[in-house]
Design a protein around this ligand. Sequence first.
Ligand code: HEM
Length: 480
Amino acid sequence: MNFIKDSIFGRPDEPEKLKKKIPGPGVPILGDLPTATKWTLANPGKLPMHRTLELHGQFGPVYSFGVGSATFVIVGDPAMFRQVLTHEDFQEHINLPFLKTFGARKGIFMADYERWKVHRRFSHRILRDLGFGKIQMQDNILREATHLVDDLRSRCSEPVETRAAMSCAVSNVINQLVFGKRFDYSEPEFARQLDSARMVTNISLTLVPCRAPPASPRATPSSRPSASARSPGTRRSLDFNNNEADQPEDFITAFLREQVHQDPDSEHYFTDDDLCDIVADFFVAGTDTTAVALTWAALLLAKHQDVQDKVRAELFYLGDTILEKQAGLHYTRAFWDEVLRFCMLVPLNMRHSVRETSVGGYRIPADTVVGANAYAVSRNAELFPEPETFRPARFLDAEGCYCRSPGMDGLVFGAGKRGCMGESLARMEMLVFLASLVQNFQLELPEKERPRFSEIFIGEDGAVHQPKQHRILFTELPRD
Ligand code: HEM
């Protein structure tokens, strides 16, 4: 057994090192707070993720620090990074006592193991039935891309805040899946929903539409117990005798169907709170991430006009056939890999040790938060020479064909059982929305923004690394 474990995860840990304390910054009792504050004051404009590189340089690939009663271990070596993502001992996301106090243990991302298992399996099945990640999803995305282009076209005369436009488009793809409808970009309720999605931490308390799920378009009076019989609110009755139950039209309806099949007298994982938290997870995990990826992409295209020309040359004449042709889009695929590596949307992937274990030869007690440092891997010069240079061609071979780098494994979407559930959808959206931008517009940085480029680019701290607020000029391309 040990032989198999060692051959997968490397040499057994050296017993002497296992006894050693993990090195790291900070002082007794106050932990890392004073050292982190000092660093922040000395490095204005830099982000905590930049500090992690300095700390790896100082303490090695594994370092540790305390904040309050919690201990954090950060792992920045590529092999150890993948070990944390894929090993059974780390198959929970961050699990801190204050999160439990706020009840943030339902849904998928933060759920306890048993609940997570049920929710992930159920959600996976329903999303697949709804066309998630499949070519049929393309229609939804293409339709939304048309709305995005119309919106940008109506504002061509002035620079546009890209992030807001991307959020509307991406969020509507999730709205279609979850609620079975899209919102007009100018609807006040939609603006409120987008604001809520940004308030990641108290998302399940504020995401209004999921506290009052909209009625299904096929809602009819029912002869059997209905969702409305057990849960108050604005919900109308749903007919659960319907033979089309195998083909849900949206996630909420599918969940409510499952809910009425549960025994009301025994504990189950299909409560209204579970529904709210799963839906919140889809919005938080699926909206900001993809919208920010597109915002970075637009910014980099505006900055690197030569790259924009090459992407446009590949995508311009493809029209709506983009997803069918994607295997042959060598430069575009290389471009996306480089955008995602360069910008590192989720710089630290926070996991949690479910039992005592070890990483890099150090003992990790049970219940330790372990951060798989994707940012450090993305800046590893052995995997990605000159890592601070934005160069899509690093993912092309001598013939100009796309070649995936093993360094990208798990880097952007995580890996293992807890890997991202939305990767295929996100990749589709990124490709289709990008194509709609370069097929219709020339993207440029307005004069006013040019001197700010490095400031915009350093970006802002948060669960998702995003560029500082900026505007881009979208000039409509002539149609021949
Ligand atoms: C560019 C876009 C996206 C990025 C960069 C991204 C990244 C990630 C990462 C790094 C994780 C943690 C994985 C791990 O721990 O190994 C994650 C988890 C997750 N993502 Fe995404 N994601 C994106 C889009 C989406 C979309 C569109 C959805 C759709 C609904 C989604 C749903 C989820 C869910 C539900 C989880 C939790 C999985 C679990 O705990 O089992 N993500 N994502």
